[in-house]
Design a protein around this ligand. Structure first.
Ligand code: ZN
Length: 152
């Protein structure tokens, strides 16, 4: 990764950390789930408003590190208007990106959009949990399990 690209990624992550999008209790939310990452201290609550199979909006609150907060903020933007199956597919690609690298399919990165900025966590295994915590929580919320999610 070039240092210019790395710098751009850092800028996007910091922007979402300092000004998280869709932060706060989501109005009209009909599913929610909590997520905790005890290793880092991240603690988030994810809200979603679902109509049929479409996720109309996603919000979150809580406190976390720059990586978990930026991941949550980006997630709320990407998940909006998607079906549960689409969100699960995006999370699978994202999980691959931060663990083994982008998949062989060039469409994988395109589908991830701005989530690509978090690719660097692959070099820091402990940070992978920070990046994926909110996604586990969102999927749990969509399943309406209501059970808190923990990375441990
Ligand atoms: Zn963290």
């Amino acid at each position: 990764m070039s240092s210019d690209l790395r710098e751009l990624y850092q800028t996007v992550i910091l922007d979402h950390y300092k000004k998280p999008r869709n932060f706060g209790v989501l109005e009209g939310a009909n599913c929610e789930a909590e997520g905790r990452n005890p290793l880092c201290g991240d603690h988030v609550k994810v809200y979603a408003r679902v109509d049929g199979d479409t996720v109309e909006a996603v919000g979150f609150e809580g406190s976390g590190c720059a990586i978990s907060t930026a991941s949550a903020s980006l997630m709320t933007q990407i998940a909006k208007g998607k079906s549960k199956a689409e969100i699960a597919a995006i999370f699978k690609r994202f999980h691959d990106l931060v663990t083994i690298g982008a998949g062989a399919d060039p469409g994988d990165l395109a589908a991830l959009g701005k989530l690509e900025v978090l690719a660097g966590v692959r070099e820091f295994p402990a940070r992978v949990k920070c990046a994926t915590l909110v996604w586990h929580a969102l999927l749990a919320a969509l399943e309406r399990r209501g059970e808190p999610v923990s990375t441990e």
